[in-house]
Design a binder for this molecule. Sequence first.
Ligand code: FAD
Length: 80
Amino acid sequence: MNERLETNMLGIYVQCDGKGGPNFTHVSCDDYRIVRENLLHGGDETAGDRVLTHTVLIDPHLGGVGMTERMARAQDEIFV
Ligand SMILES: Cc1cc2nc3c(=O)[nH]c(=O)nc-3n(C[C@H](O)[C@H](O)[C@H](O)COP(=O)(O)OP(=O)(O)OC[C@H]3O[C@@H](n4cnc5c(N)ncnc54)[C@H](O)[C@@H]3O)c2cc1C
């Protein structure tokens, strides 16, 4: 599969859980957008430059983006 979500079979695309992680509902929606634009509208959309967020579907929804505090500390990226 390439960043346009094309498989090595002409005209066959793969989305979200089908392509193997990360498995999130919003990834599925954005994959749909990419395939729709490329397949139906001759677009050149890719998943390559996507900023990946994570969500937990609780009420209210919990979401996050970027490094965790632990990751930032490990890279000395904390500026206070
Ligand atoms: C328990 C659980 C909790 C989750 N919690 C979260 C969360 O908190 N946050 C989050 O972002 N994501 C969460 N996810 C992940 C999210 O649900 C999936 O990543 C997302 O739904 C994947 O979308 P998809 O389109 O790849 O597949 P799916 O949503 O599974 O859609 C596939 C569709 O294809 C249909 N289908 C299957 N076989 C055929 C066939 N032969 N012919 C026709 N249709 C077929 C199925 O019926 C289904 O409707 C969770 C998933 C699970 C299982």
